[in-house]
Design a binder for this molecule. Sequence first.
Ligand SMILES: [Cu+2]
Length: 276
Amino acid sequence: MTQRHTLTNVEKKAYLDAELCLMNKPSKLHIRASRTIFDDFQAAHVLLTEIVHYAGQFLPYHRLFVWAHEEALRRECGYRGAQPYWNETIDAGSFSTSALLDPVFGFGGNGVGASRCIADGPFVNYTNTLGPGYIINDHCIDRTITDFVSWAGHKQYADRCLAKANWLDFSFCVEGGPHNAGHGGVGSQMGNPISSPGDPLFYLHHAYLDMLWAKWQAVNPTVRLTEMGGKNLGGLSTEFPGELFPTDIPPPPGFPGFGGPGGPPPVDLSRPSDVP
Ligand SMILES: [Cu+2]
């Protein structure tokens, strides 16, 4: 697998423009207050959250989800490229200075002020209808980047997952480690396991996790292309069955330990019946 952290500026622009195009096309699914095709994807994720996390279908569902979004970029918006991924091992511990947050050739930067709305980049004016969580409410795309949380996306930890001998261990390792590092590291909408596809960074994050899975599968395709396991029904309210952040790998100097003070704000997981 060839690794290219850096697309050309023309390639980056083509991807960002295609995403903007999905944000300007009217919804086809008309579910959960979704107004655009971009929202349609988010709505589908909101509805399936409790089934596709902490369960066997976590990786396969998100592979299908990212692929469907990539197809929409092509079919609806004439995109000719592939779905790029965010090589988060390069930015682990320093998400706030990632090249992906460039205001022109990236997704815009961190959120600002009390609203945590992004202040620049191609998606600065997008009004998102869904989230946080199950709530339906017009809002900006928001971020609360926490560098030390993103540190859990360190290569040491990704490698530890890649070394797992069976599918279930691998899947839980990825979901608890690199997956949570990327979501929690960006924070706000991205940090919400229900509505996170409201931040277009979601697709680059999950394409990265999918790349890790493809890498793990390539070690022994005969077995690993079809290997699966785990429960059919997940649910965020149940206890996560795998390992969470890499407590056995010490954080770099100056970084607090995981779960300590200074971490991301708690995530609202209220179910639809609790939502006003
Ligand atoms: Cu998800």
